[in-house]
Design a protein around this ligand. Structure first.
Ligand code: SF4
Ligand code: MG
Length: 325
């Protein structure tokens, strides 16, 4: 059958800002896809566009093979139950004047599901599932720590029994020790409920920890798609090598991966550079890179990359310009 989620050539511009400029990928049922890139690369905009929180400039989003991005709201609403979002800042996304129980119940109420009594029972079950104490229902978000507030956000997202959760930097606002707890919770919930995740983060280590596959985004485009292990051990795109180098203490698994210090800032998405969008920061750039945009090429080893200088040897192995020689 079709993948759970399919994004085809998605474009999302805000005025002159070309936030997302032609992104395609799919997520299978039960899969976690990590989306990584530095702040401002368009990854949050992509997540919101997939969720239907903003109209697309171009392209389409399919859920179970059905195009949902151009359906009228009344038709898309029941389908949207299958997709929920978890946000970076659980406090900002939780109404401070509502109790935790009311917050978690809200999606059930909005969709008219169950009697008041049944909904209350379901709220208690959701709270237990995410590790919140039963007395949390009558308390307010400010009474909880950041990690517990994110558990509230996750419980609310789970209320409608979704197939897909788009989580936008769900642990970035939390202390490192709490990050691991929330990620482990998400992993457990995925196994228990058969969820798929689009897990968005600027942190390659976090994405590597949770994702089956990783998409690397730069200035509105995907530059590399790969399985988690090879992104960590043998990044192909110079930008991916740069993200890896940002981690000061690599684990032994990635000790031999090419590392690249990337200088400078990402150019403005209102005026992306011609050719390869990364050429203004790439130490390997050649003349071609400044004039011709590299296509996102599928490689024989299953990976996909957009770089003119990635080569494929006669035996099918791919080589990155970062390998030197
Ligand atoms: Fe660098 Fe050229 Fe590859 Fe772009 S296409 S990443 S500029 S080598
Ligand atoms: Mg963001």
């Amino acid at each position: 059958g079709p993948p759970l989620l399919e994004v085809r050539d998605l474009v999302k511009h805000h005025g002159r800002v070309r936030a997302v400029d032609g992104v395609s990928f799919a997520i299978k049922a039960g899969e976690t896809v990590g989306l990584v890139g530095e702040s401002g690369c368009g990854k949050s905009t992509l997540g919101r566009a997939i969720m239907g929180l903003a109209p697309l400039t171009g392209g389409e989003v399919r859920l179970d093979g059905q195009v949902i991005s151009d359906l009228p709201y009344a038709q898309v609403r029941p389908l949207r139950k299958r997709m929920q979002m978890v946000f970076q800042d659980p406090y900002a996304s939780l109404n401070p004047r509502r109790t935790v129980g009311t917050i978690i119940e809200e999606p059930l109420k909005v969709h008219g599901l169950g009697s008041a009594k049944a909904r209350r029972a379901q709220v208690l079950e959701l709270m237990a599932r995410v590790g919140l104490p039963a007395d949390a229902a009558s308390r307010f978000p400010h009474e909880f720590s950041g990690g517990q507030r994110q558990r509230v956000g996750i419980a609310r997202a789970l209320a409608l029994n979704p197939a897909l959760i788009v989580a936008d930097e769900p642990v970035s606002a939390l202390d490192v020790s709490v990050q691991a707890q929330v990620i482990n919770l998400m992993v457990r919930l995925q196994k228990e409920m058969g969820l798929s995740y689009l897990f968005i983060s600027h942190d390659l280590a976090v994405v590597h920890y949770i994702a089956d596959r990783i998409l690397v985004m730069y200035l509105g485009k995907i530059v590399e798609m790969s399985d988690r292990d090879r992104v960590w051990k043998q990044p192909l795109h110079p930008y991916t090598a740069g993200l890896l180098a940002a981690h000061p203490s690599p684990d032994p698994e990635s000790a031999h991966a090419p590392r690249l210090r990337i200088e400078g800032d990402m150019p403005s998405p209102t005026a992306p550079p011609p050719g390869c969008r990364f050429h203004t920061r790439c130490p390997f750039k050649v003349e071609l890179c400044t004039t011709e945009e590299p296509a996102l090429r599928p490689l024989p080893d299953g990976r996909t990359v957009a770089c003119h200088l990635v080569t494929v040897a006669a035996d099918g192995t791919a080589h990155s310009p970062t390998e030197g020689g």
